[in-house]
Design a protein around this ligand. Sequence first.
Ligand code: G1P
Length: 293
Amino acid sequence: MNSHVTHAVIPVAGFGTRMLPLSKSVPKELLPLGNRPAIHYVVEEAIAAGIKHIVLVGHAQKSAIENYFDVNAELDNQLRAKGKDELADSLNWLPDDVSVSMIRQGKPLGLGHAVLKARPIVGDNPFAVLLPDVVLNPFTTNMSTDNLAFMMKEFEQSQHSQILVSAVADEDVHKYGIAKLKQAEQLQRIANTDNSNASFAVDGFVEKPSLEQAPSNLAVVGRYVFAPEIFDYLAKTEPSVGGEIQLTDAIDALISTQGVDVTTMLGDSFDAGDMTSYMQAFIYFAQQQLSQK
Ligand code: G1P
């Protein structure tokens, strides 16, 4: 095992039913946020943090995502023949030392199942998971030091898996995995970590609890760094909430045998998988980009 995190798994197999009709024939991950598809920012975030191998877990209708990260030779030739070299270069922005591969999930059995599908490529290495519905704000966050980059560094030092969390409003706790930790510790730590990421031990997680059952208001944001042993637990995880194999259940099992920490999120994030927040995010990204022109 290598303690350096160089792989990132991005599950892209969801149908995006909350984004219909936009997502009927275009994968929701390719819907625009300003002038780029949403997944562009997620892959940029991973690369800025130091990831070299991106593994997309998708299905047959998602091959347009893989194409987005490949060179379109015909388009490239045509642009260069017309003297538009700068535009052609801007489309080939993926660094030479970064690879993007895609495997298929087969059956839609849940997030945990999708992550397990990446095992043949990730092997016995630690890895990151980025859920592409969640887009961290690239205009206010330094992606080469904060959040995922911080979690990767923290893992390399402690060998503790890291789960990014952020406080959410009471009416939203039922949409997320919610962290269980000692109340006093939680309040004290959060109060002290407003301007930097901080990482501390977690007791467990509850997937999509009601407000009454929620152990805190700290929600799993959709960025994870895992020790490779998570695959062993995923392989044993039975379907639970929503009839799906939940990543949260495998994390709970991992916590019983090795250290797992939550990392508090710095900056803000957007939910690009929900129509209302997607439209708000689109306007924000477009305004930022128009003001930079
Ligand atoms: C998934 C995870 C959940 C997490 C959420 C973040 O849920 O299961 O723990 O809080 O992503 O967006 P999903 O939104 O896929 O239902």
